[in-house]
Design a protein around this ligand. Sequence first.
Ligand SMILES: [Zn+2]
Length: 181
Amino acid sequence: MPFKDKETAKAYRESRKEQIALQRKEYRKKNKERLAKENREWRERHKQELAVKRNEYYAIHKEEINARNKEWKKNNLEKVREYTKANSRTKVLRKHGITQEQFASLLAKQNNCCAASGERFTKKLKPFVDHCHQAGHVRGLLCHWCNSAEGLLRTPNRALKLARYMESASLFCVPEKKEVA
Ligand SMILES: [Zn+2]
């Protein structure tokens, strides 16, 4: 510290307040990723203490926090809907051991179509994560029809036999489009 006493140092800082704030901002901007990483690591190391503190804080300010949250939710219905949707999607994906990014890249790789039938995914025909129950790995994204059929038939052999039966039997004369819609 280049100053003799605290008062002078304080006065100096006070006089340069804006420049200092600007410098800090620049510094944070330049080192954004490193700081974020350090921050993340610090939070990970202090996870338990932070949880305790958060709980303590919540216990004291419970009513105030709940009221504020309720008010915010009331004013941001659209956002709440979005968050809930995104959250449930993330939860489902996590259950299948796949991240949002992996899901997106899989979807792109499959051209937004079912890996089995080639049916294009739409708002109504959503993609399902098909994974091997034994090994746990993700096989691909399937449409509702293929995912259900696979779950019921279980083995490729049964699927093949059913396909042959459906192809040879004259019972199946319903136009495909009607069936999908
Ligand atoms: Zn399909």
